[in-house]
Structures are given as structure tokens and as C-alpha cells.
Design a protein around this ligand. Structure first.
Ligand code: ATR
Length: 320
């Protein structure tokens, strides 16, 4: 336990969601509190849906400085806030509430959290070709990040094509000024051919592009971001996509799942010669961003490794 000593001036931070019992956020934030020598207690609150409004108002009345919001309330909580940050509004989801004079202001730190996690892992996005698997809430945050990061080309691959098309159209409308090529495909289509066609002209300029050719024919120059729930909990031996034709083209695969620590998707990426990462550092950096917002500070990346270690210990992860 890296507990703090609670006294009469201990401030309150917390997490609203349902369920929250397995959340690692309390460990993450307790670690930041300790490192920054602050005096806060961060607690996880399991909130029933009909109590969400009362929970937000109650936390405000009790003086809570900041809150995180997790599944299933990232959208629903927005109606109870006094203000919403522009980027969070665009994504239609809020995961961080910051206390203001009139109520809480909502932010989304998932999106910049993923960007910072990738930078931390040495994965560059600028000028890159990126394939996103999935078109749900998580993919929505990924798309926002990719448009902000000025990637070159995006392919959204989803079981249901219609959802991928809707997602693509929404972001292309909002970011009409960006020269980013966006295509969509379902798993049934010949998406490897689409990938080849997209990477043929002017390959990305990111470090992945320099990885060169694979097997002398297919270009292994794609970054893949796995944003579906397939591979989690009871389905740990499954991946949304199993085809070698897909993984042959992937130089780097980022799964946003972190439990299990190594997913089937990550294993497939590795087996086909690519590098793979899980979503634990996205979780870490969304938390670091939230903590920075609550306290108006900057947390050095050097702290990240220690905080990550605490999170891993709490989750019983022994791997590097
Ligand atoms: P989240 O907020 O976690 O993204 P979501 O909005 O329900 O959750 O989206 C889940 C994503 O996982 C979707 O892209 C979904 O595909 P569909 O749009 O076709 O539903 C994808 N997904 C879920 N189960 C899947 C499965 N068994 N195989 C492939 N994709 C799956």
C-alpha cells in the first residue's frame, strides 16, 4: 500500500463508474500524490445510473477537486457539467472533471493520453499509415488523436462497415482542413488489397515506413491500433482479425486492452515480425493528464516508469 496519512485538510479525488472495484486508477493516483507530495485521497465510487447526477453534485458539494469518469458514464455525465472542453465535446465523451467556481468542467484525457503513451514508447505518428480496428467509443478517441497528430492515411476496419463509415465521415467533416486520406472496410472485404493500394503511393515518412519491405513484396509499413473489446477477459484467445495477410503488413501493433497484459492480437503481431504494445501506458498517461489538470502542474515523463511499476504490481503483472 502506498497510502497517505489522512488529516483534516486531505482533499478528495475520485472515480465514478460501474463497476470500479478492479480499477487501477486509485493506485495510479495514490502514486502521483506521493511523488508530488500532495495531500489527497483518491477513491473509487461505484455509482448506480439513477444516482449519477446526485453523485456529481454531491462530490461538488463535498469539495472534491477532481473526478475521473469511466464506463458506462463517459457520455451520460456530460449533461451534469457546467462546461465541456472543445476536444471532449468533439469526441462526445468525458473522462475527467475539473472543479471550477460554477461546477465541474469536463475533459477527455484518453485521447492525449494515448498520444503521449505512444511517444513514450517511441512510436511516431506523423506521416504514418494507421489501421484502426473497431469503430466504437474507444475507436472514436483513437480517431480524434490520429487527426490531431496529422497521420497520413487511416483505414478503419470494423465488423460492421456502416459504423466505420459513420466514424470516418464525422471526423472528415470536423477536420475538413486536414489532408488525411480515410478509407473504411469490413472484415469480409479484401482489406489487405486496400492497405496495399493505400501504401503504394507515397509511403509514410514515420519510422515505421523505413522498416522496409516484408517478404520482398508486401510493404510492412502499417501501424495498427486495436480498439475493439475482443481479446479481453473471457475471450483472451481471440483477436478481432486472425488473417496472416493482415499481420504481414503490420510493423507495429498497439492494443488498447491491458488485461490480459499480452493479448492474442499482440501475439499475432509479434509472430509476424512486428512490435507490439498494450494499453496500460494509455491508462497511465490519461491519469497523469487528469492529475495535471486538477493541480495545474506538469508531471515529468521520468515519473511515469515508477507509477507504471506500482500499477503493474497492483495488477499482479510480473512481465517487463
Ligand atoms: P467501446 O466503447 O469499448 O469501443 P463499443 O462502442 O460497443 O465499445 O464498440 C465495440 C467495438 O468492438 C465495435 O467496433 C465492435 O464492432 P461492431 O461495430 O461490428 O459491433 C467491435 N466488436 C465487438 N465484438 C466483436 C467481435 N466479436 N468481433 C469483432 N468486432 C467486435
Amino acid at each position: 500500500m502506498n497510502g497517505i496519512e489522512i488529516n483534516g485538510t486531505t482533499g478528495l479525488l475520485g472515480l465514478l463508474g460501474n463497476p470500479v472495484e478492479h480499477s487501477v486508477s486509485p493506485v495510479l493516483h495514490a502514486s502521483l500524490v506521493k511523488k508530488h507530495n500532495d495531500n489527497y485521497a483518491y477513491l473509487a465510487f461505484r455509482v448506480e445510473q439513477e444516482q449519477l447526477k446526485a453523485a456529481v453534485e454531491g462530490a461538488y458539494a463535498l469539495g472534491a477537486k477532481g473526478l475521473n469518469v469511466t464506463v458506462p458514464y463517459k457520455k451520460e455525465v456530460m449533461q451534469y457539467l457546467c462546461e465541456i472542453d472543445e476536444k471532449a465535446e468533439l469526441l462526445g465523451a468525458v473522462n475527467t472533471l475539473v472543479r471550477t467556481e460554477h461546477g465541474y468542467k469536463g475533459y477527455n484525457t484518453d485521447m492525449p493520453g494515448l498520444y503521449r503513451a505512444m511517444r513514450y514508447d517511441g512510436v511516431s505518428l506523423e506521416g504514418q499509415n494507421v489501421v484502426v480496428i473497431g469503430a466504437g467509443g474507444v475507436a472514436n478517441a483513437v480517431l480524434g488523436m490520429l487527426f490531431e497528430a496529422k497521420v497520413k492515411k487511416i483505414l478503419i476496419l470494423n465488423r460492421t462497415k456502416e459504423k466505420a463509415v459513420q466514424l470516418a465521415e464525422r471526423f472528415q467533416r470536423v477536420y475538413a482542413d486536414r489532408e488525411i486520406v480515410v478509407k473504411t472496410a469490413s472484415y469480409e472485404e479484401d482489406y489487405p488489397a486496400v492497405m496495399d493500394e493505400m501504401s503504394q503511393d507515397a509511403a509514410g515518412t514515420g519510422h515505421i515506413a523505413q522498416a522496409g519491405y516484408f517478404g520482398g513484396e508486401k510493404k510492412k509499413d502499417w501501424l495498427a491500433i486495436q480498439a475493439t473489446s475482443v481479446g479481453m477477459s473471457t475471450k483472451t484467445d481471440e483477436a478481432a482479425i486472425g488473417e496472416s495477410a493482415f499481420y504481414d503488413r503490420i510493423a507495429c501493433g498497439y492494443d488498447l486492452i491491458f488485461n490480459p497484459y499480452e493479448t492474442k492480437f499482440m501475439k499475432l503481431v509479434k509472430e509476424h515480425g512486428g512490435k507490439s504494445y498494450n494499453g496500460l501506458r494509455m491508462l497511465l498517461f490519461q491519469g497523469i493528464y487528469a492529475y495535471e489538470l486538477w493541480n495545474d502542474i506538469s508531471i515529468p515523463d521520468e515519473w511515469a516508469a515508477d507509477v507504471l511499476q506500482q500499477m503493474k504490481e497492483a495488477m499482479g503483472i510480473t512481465k517487463a
